[in-house]
Design a protein around this ligand. Structure first.
Ligand SMILES: [Zn+2]
Length: 103
């Protein structure tokens, strides 16, 4: 498997685990509700491939700057560092609803 510059330190694995736990991309639905269906991740118009534009605000009509450091975006690994509280809550609810045997 080849290495892709900027994406070879494990961030993609964390991102995919996020999907498995029911999380959507932070840029899902762009600037329009329901966005990624998580209340505390700011809206984001488009992915931020190959970069780390930390002060970008692609949805000025919505509160908050783009969640550039969120694991569910497409920033380079060195840029990403967090899930929001709402994402963790959604993942936990998803786990209890769909992943636990008999849950
Ligand atoms: Zn993804």
């Amino acid at each position: 498997m080849g290495k892709v510059k900027g994406y070879n330190t494990g961030g993609t694995a964390i991102h995919e685990v996020g999907h498995w736990h029911g999380l959507l991309h932070v840029f899902e639905n762009g600037c329009s509700p329901p966005g990624d269906a998580v209340a505390d991740t700011p809206y984001c118009l488009r992915p931020d491939n190959d970069s780390c534009p930390t002060s970008r605000d692609s949805c000025p009509q919505q509160p908050g700057k783009d969640p550039i450091s969120n694991w569910m975006g497409y920033s380079v690994d060195s840029c990403m560092s967090s899930f929001s509280h709402g994402q963790l809550l959604r993942a936990e609810q998803m786990w209890h609803r769909h992943r636990l045997p008999g849950g």
